[in-house]
Design a binder for this molecule. Structure first.
Ligand code: UDX
Length: 430
């Protein structure tokens, strides 16, 4: 099948490479010339394990191309995916300006019976508006559909190759059939529903996962007051098959490009339709305030943050990505600096943006060598579970009394950290 994917972010590039690997001819389109120039040379403009190899392979096979020209990308495409960003607007609702711009730009090159598929996370009601914008510019007959994306950064290639399900939101059997055929090599269950349900399903999945994380964070807070250990709670309740213990660790709250944005959007959408008192507002508030609350709490334990030297380990929002969108480091570091601490930041990959962020303050430095970040620090704050951090031998870094080790995601063996002589501070652990 000839397909085109508009928007070359995580979702766009990974989907393009995976569809190409199934023998489709895929053109990736972006208006960002620098990004396209890199992609044409086989360079992925962000860090995502396994993606460069797949990209190079598919480019070499001739199945995958990149362009900045709408005409080249659209004129022969049977299926056109829109995978552009939908950032939060000041009201919290999704700002759809990029989706509209794409619709307007592609309209005049559409071929007959093409399917325009929105992969971006958008609210129900988006497709009729998009159709209107396209119809105002072309007489060609086309259809639209919503196929939301559920991949996770850091495991994006594997998630796309082995999805739990494919959700197709369409209004007619012909569109369902064509999109089901395109996704058939993935051998995943296909859920055929209306576009509105598909769009709500994406929001609901992310909001549910964010709620689950917030819930266990709340339980962790209670454990800290009563001597229970939240890790033991997760194990104990996880045996209940209705609950399970997978993908469930307490910590400093959720970050990244999806959960915070999607929860805020769903909350704003609820308010906009008159559902003012909704759980999602509260989830968002709890997550927003989690880091300042924990840092205030630790202030007492470490004897005041003022003049403390802190190694902040892990600056990206999670391991195996250099993405810093809504990363905990972006809240932790300014807060620590404000409290009078000195910060040494370390990350194995989130390098390019970090110096820009840290250079602005004389008390914050950055290194890509863990050992350097640990020199003469009072507090080690293990923020992100990069394997480089969780498997590191911290025994040699303890140089004086007292020295604290904050395990912000309960990733370390508490007894080992204590045996090395640190005062261990975990989440929801006695
Ligand atoms: C998420 C969804 O998982 C994915 O389905 C959707 O398409 C996009 O949003 P992503 O943001 O890439 O993916 O990462 P994910 O691994 O889900 O983590 C999101 C945030 O939640 C991270 O900050 C992570 O540290 C945090 N998290 C996750 C927890 O704090 N506890 C958990 O148990 C799980």
């Amino acid at each position: 099948m000839k397909i085109c994917i508009i928007g070359t972010g995580f979702v766009g590039v990974v989907s393009a490479a995976v569809f190409a690997s199934f023998g489709n001819h895929v053109i990736g389109l972006d208006v960002d010339e620098t990004k396209i120039a890199k992609l044409k040379k086989g360079v992925v403009p962000f860090y995502e394990p396994g993606l460069t190899e797949l990209l190079l392979e598919e480019q070499a096979s001739g199945n995958l191309e990149f362009t900045t020209s709408y005409e080249t990308a659209i004129k022969d495409s049977e299926v056109i995916f829109i995978a552009v960003g939908t950032p939060s607007s000041p009201t919290g609702q999704a700002d759809l300006k990029f989706v509209w711009a794409v619709g307007e730009s592609l309209a005049s090159y559409l071929q007959k019976d093409a399917i325009v598929v929105v992969k971006s996370t958008v609210p129900p009601g988006t497709l009729p508006k998009l159709e209107e914008k396209i119809r105002a510019r072309t007489k060609v007959k086309f259809t639209t559909a919503a196929v939301p994306e559920f991949l996770k950064e850091g495991t994006a290639v594997q998630d796309t190759l082995h999805p739990d399900r494919i959700v197709i939101g369409a209004r007619d059997e012909k569109t369902f059939e064509k999109l089901a055929a395109l996704h058939a090599p993935l051998k995943a269950p296909i859920v055929k529903i209306s576009p509105e349900s598909a769009q709500m399903a994406k929001y609901a999945a992310n909001a549910y996962l964010a709620t689950r994380i917030t819930f266990i964070n709340q339980i962790a807070d209670l454990c800290e007051k009563n001597g229970a250990d939240v890790q033991e709670i997760v194990e104990a309740i996880g045996y209940d098959r209705r609950i399970g213990n997978h993908y469930w660790y307490p910590g400093f709250g959720y970050g990244g490009s999806c959960f915070p944005k999607d929860v805020r959007e769903l909350a704003a959408y609820s308010r906009a339709i008159g559902e003012d008192s909704n759980l999602l507002n509260k989830i968002n508030d709890l997550n927003e305030h989690r880091i300042p609350k924990l840092l205030d709490q630790y202030d007492k334990i470490v004897g005041g943050w003022k003049r403390k030297k802190v190694a902040v380990l892990g600056l990206s929002f999670k391991p195996n990505t250099d993405d810093m969108r809504e990363a905990p480091s972006l809240k932790v570091i300014p807060d620590l600096l404000e409290k009078g601490a000195t910060v040494k930041g370390f990350d194995p990959k989130a390098v390019p943006i970090v110096p820009f962020f840290l250079q602005e303050h004389k008390n914050a430095t950055y290194t890509d060598k863990l050992v350097e970040a640990l020199e003469n620090v009072d507090v080690i704050l293990a923020l992100i579970e990069w394997p480089e951090i969780t498997t590191y031998d911290f025994s040699g870094a303890r140089h004086k009394q007292p020295q604290w080790f904050i395990d912000s995601r309960n990733q370390f063996n508490k007894s080992q950290i204590q045996n090395w002589g640190y005062t261990y501070i975990g989440i929801g652990r006695p």
